[in-house]
Design a protein around this ligand. Sequence first.
Ligand code: KIV
Length: 290
Amino acid sequence: MKTTKVTIHTLQTMKQHGERIAMLTAYDATFARLLDEAGADILLVGDSLGMVIQGHETTLPVTLDEMIYHCRAVARGARRAQIVGDMPFGSYQASIDQGLAAAARMIKEGGAHAVKLEGGAQHAELVRRLVAMGIPVMGHIGLTPQSFHQMGGFKVQGREPGGRQRLLDDALALADAGAYAIVLEGIPSEIAREITAAVGVPTIGIGAGAGCDGQVLVCYDLLGMDDTFKPKFVRRYEQLSVRIRTAVQSYVDDVRSGAFPSAQESFALDPAGAAAAPDAKVYSTVAGKP
Ligand code: KIV
């Protein structure tokens, strides 16, 4: 298992050596620990939490305070992975100063190692200033969910006349401003491949084909937490929605029938003959030890 912490330099070296980067979203400490132990290079505390955690239709309602709260939880769970905090809608679009202050909070209070923001050339100056301040920035172009209303929904981007050039210009502007990586979301594979060859920094694709330097998925999608949601670009590695329902149904049945808890799962007044000592802890991290 790799243990050295992932930094922006690690990611740059991975691109140079043709090693693919595996990024996933994470929103809490338990998932962060599991994804980190499984080898994810980057944990993105995505504003997708507005949809998968909070149950909103879009990412738009998520606040900066909420993002910081989740970043802090993920930072406590991860050891090796780089932690990227997503700048939520309305936290950086109003002015450069607003963006600088919000990003500083993500790092200082949230414990993120870098921030991600949506948009291309229009945010180049903000990216430049953040990098000058010492904050690594990941760009995000193509399908940018914070522009949901402007795009008229979650649609593939870049197919329109001039779309390919616009995306290429945006990627080059971000890289030139100092972004250390760029997420390419919901764009044709051919354009993603061209951008990946044109920019010196790693590209991380989601619905952008195999030609990127890395891939990112929302961890709940990869794990199949919602059986009603399966976009074309998602590969489900698990069907946790089914497994969780089955497990919980068994628990409910056992509670109703009285099969849970058993004597082994209960405390006796006099533990003689049992493994428990009088001062046994109620919570133990070792299975089977009371
Ligand atoms: O918010 C998010 O999870 C994201 C990824 C899907 C790239 O921005």
